[in-house]
Design a binder for this molecule. Structure first.
Ligand code: CP
Length: 649
């Protein structure tokens, strides 16, 4: 039995097969391919196109449809779980088409249903059948998908159609240019997947390339090859500027894919910002004379009705293709009922987290948090890169998080994860002995005790840290060209505390505070934000044309800075970016040179430098310490030897 939850559930060949079936939709209609079959539509969110085109498709195939006109008027209102609804309705129908407002809810329902389940859109996660319509439309208009350049535009953060579409475009070898509204950039978990699974790289698009149509936002270019590397050098701003200006200019744009602001997924206040629009200016630009305009619809005011009259506005065709494409999909899934899903789509070689551990998804809209009773908590672990950053991925909503605390199931010991433990952790994964925790409290409540680390030596005391920050602040002010454009951005959590202190120093000198923000490298979706308490009317942090000072506590490999720069450039092209660190350990795998350094402390790979701040660790003084790392596996062996000795004596 096959479900369609993510676009990754279909191979490229299967998508082509569905398109061939859609080309012959008239034959499917005359063959009455679904005669005697019943489709149930369960829409927990409003819909016009998806619901009606599925219902029309099923009827044209000779099948019939049952439905709840409003899920609020179903037993959901009495507290019925999605698991029970799926079980019950799958005994009334041969296929379920489900739309839900929670990320991962359709996956959860598929785990309880006895018949194929189709995702008609789940929260901000995916909308795979819309993507089938989009690809089918593009293929009919432009021919081969490989090599096309598609600009995805608008709310890339919450737009589920965008997420499924960019994965599919990557798989078919198309290029993607992202043109996000401020604060609505493509989420880090989507970028991670594009990089990890589809080998895509990201670079900026030359600033004037798209300005004819869209202001207020910057474009980024996602491409399978890597001709345009994101600038990593923060030393000389002129160098950055020169690199940016030569990147990805003069691209040929085959399609603009516009989306509406997903107001229903936003907290109050975040919906009020400027938003890119497409109107008559677009039609008059010579360079877009062959660029088609697509939109999953409904539109609000981001796409002018002027475009409807032009041959390039193909969104009504795109909606109309919903019927043949969904007829083809239903026929395909009915034919596949006795087929086991191919492993290719879901097998990522990741380790499935042991249920004895405490790791949970941190996406607040994930079904595992909204209705845990209908899910089996499932976090998959993998190494993000060859360096050994450990990532956990939610099996329902696909959000990804950096692993901070690990434990050994047999010895019941835990410690902070460090890349030096990568090999040990791989061995634990192989033997099913790895546990992951979200907090020390959680580890200890599950009966784990801490591993010991080697002896510590103090590198910087409180007074020296304060003096170094004062000196760095002085230098920042000396180099700053325009105080009104200065934004200090810290890497969470120690970096953002240091950023606040630097901002405080600047405020003392100038009697005004610079703009402040923080970056979460692997977070729950909100990677770049203002540091609370922020002015509620200030809107999301926008780094376009700002003089950005990126602050972190320690620089060693340079990978954290690389990830932070990638988030910064995604949110709008700054005028300049300079890097300030309290401690530079001297080793570098990524060629990033800090502009401001509190102290140079050369140290080796198996040493760790940690900055403690009293704001973050109660009862502690500000200190930077160095210690040798004790590989947990050695500790496990010592424990085993001690136990053996105790048993013998
Ligand atoms: N494109 C799309 O999903 O439209 P509906 O919300 O009307 O189904």
């Amino acid at each position: 039995m096959r479900n369609l939850i993510s676009i990754a559930d279909l191979t490229n060949d299967e998508i082509e097969e569905i398109f061939s079936l859609a080309d012959g939709a008239d034959k499917l209609r005359t063959d009455r391919s679904a005669s005697g079959q019943i489709m149930a539509t369960l829409f927990y969110e409003p819909s016009t196109r998806t619901r009606l085109s599925f219902e029309s498709a099923m009827q044209r195939l000779g099948g019939s449809v049952i439905s709840c006109s409003d899920m609020k008027a179903s037993s959901t209102a009495k507290g019925e779980t999605i698991a029970d609804t799926a079980k019950v309705v799958s005994s009334y129908a041969d296929v379920l088409v489900v739309r839900h407002n929670w990320d991962g809810a359709v996956q959860a329902m598929a785990e309880h249903a006895e018949v194929p389940v189709i995702n008609a859109g789940d929260g901000s996660h995916e909308h795979p059948t819309q993507t089938l319509c989009d690809l089918y439309t593009l293929r009919r208009e432009k021919g081969d998908l490989k090599g096309l350049t598609v600009v995805v535009c608008g709310d890339l953060k919450n737009g589920r159609t965008i997420h499924s579409l960019v994965y599919a475009l990557a798989r078919f070898g198309a290029n993607v240019v992202t043109l996000a509204a401020t604060g609505m950039e493509l989420p880090q978990y989507v970028i991670d997947r594009l990089e990890r699974e589809y080998d895509y790289a990201m670079g900026p698009v030359a600033s004037d390339d798209l300005s004819a149509v869209v202001t207020e936002t910057d474009a980024l270019y996602l491409t399978p090859k890597q001709p345009h590397q994101l600038a990593l050098f923060t030393q000389v701003d002129k160098v950055i500027q020169a690199r940016l200006n030569t990147m990805a200019s003069g691209l040929r744009y085959d399609a603009f894919y516009m989306t509406r602001k997903q107001k229903e997924r936003m907290k109050d206040g975040s919906a009020a910002n400027s938003y890119p629009t497409i109107g008559p200016d677009f039609l008059n630009e010579k360079r877009f004379q062959n660029t088609v305009v697509m939109h999953p619809l409904p539109r609000v005011d981001e796409l002018s009705p002027e475009v409807d009259k032009d041959w390039r506005g193909i969104y009504f065709k795109q909606a109309a293709y919903g019927v043949p494409v969904r007829m083809a999909l239903l026929k395909f899934l009915f034919d596949q009922r006795s087929v086991t899903p191919s492993a290719s789509s879901k097998e990522t070689g990741a380790y499935r987290d042991s249920l004895s551990s405490g790791s949970k998804c941190r996406n607040l809209n994930c079904v595992t948090l909204k209705e845990s009773v209908s899910t089996q908590r499932r976090m998959e672990l993998y190494f993000a890169d060859e360096i050994g950053v450990l990532i956990s991925r939610c099996g329902y909503c696909d959000h990804r998080f950096k692993v901070e605390l690990i434990g050994h199931v047999k010895s019941k010991r835990y410690c902070a994860y460090d890349i030096a433990f990568a090999e040990t952790v791989r061995a634990w994964m192989r033997h099913g002995e790895l546990a992951v925790f979200d907090s020390i409290k959680e580890a200890e409540e599950l009966g784990y005790e801490p591993y010991k680390t080697g002896p510590q030596r103090v590198l910087m005391e409180e007074a020296e840290i304060s003096a170094a920050l004062a000196d760095v602040s002085e230098q920042i002010l000396r180099d700053c060209q325009d105080m009104d454009r200065l934004t200090i951005v810290g890497v969470r959590s120690v970096g953002s505390r240091l950023a606040q202190r630097i901002a405080g120093e600047i405020e003392t000198r100038l009697k005004r505070k610079p703009e402040l923000g923080e970056i979460e490298i692997y977070g729950s979706g909100n990677e770049l934000k203002r540091i609370p308490p922020a002015d509620p009317d200030a809107g999301p942090l926008n780094l376009k044309d700002r003089e950005v000072i990126l602050v972190d506590d320690v620089i060693f490999t340079g990978r954290t800075v690389k990830s932070a720069l990638s988030i910064i450039f995604r949110s709008g092209r700054p005028k300049s970016v300079r890097l300030a660190v309290l401690i530079d350990r001297g080793h570098r795998e990524i060629p990033v040179k800090p502009n401001y350094v509190g102290k140079n402390i050369p140290s080796s790979e198996n040493e760790r430098v940690r900055v403690r701040l009293h704001e973050l660790e109660q009862g502690e003084q500000d200190q930077a310490v160095i210690y040798s790392i004790v590989n947990p596996i050695d500790d496990v062996e010592t424990l085993a030897r001690n136990e053996e000795r105790a048993a013998l004596s």
